[in-house]
Design a protein around this ligand. Sequence first.
Ligand code: NI
Length: 140
Amino acid sequence: MQNRFRSSRNPKGMKVRIEKVNFAQKFSLFTEHYKPKIIGEVNDLHVKVVKLQGDFLWHHHDNEDELFLVVKGALRMRVREDGAERELLIMPGEFVIIPRGVEHLPSAEEETHVVLLEPKTTLNTGNVESQRTVRDLQHI
Ligand code: NI
């Protein structure tokens, strides 16, 4: 009877059991700011969580669009678009998509919890190499 249903497999072909994911539980596992962690994979995308506080840095991604979904706090996203700079305030329950090629600067006054959805090839600092560049992301 059990064999009537397929087992689930991850991208590497390993058998996995489907489990739900709780954002609060994932955010309880780390404290650092601007160090994204991987919490899931959807086809060629990573689902990540990151805590922000203070300014990140201006950068863009040549090939990747990035989605920022706010769970807690408030994200100030500065963007340079059509020859002008402006700021969007993203509140819990809201998200913003930054298209490839657009200069952006994430910033937060209070500690802000953000879920990221972006291609696996995405480097957090995009075209900029800095102390904040994280190459090998931890899976949590
Ligand atoms: Ni970015």
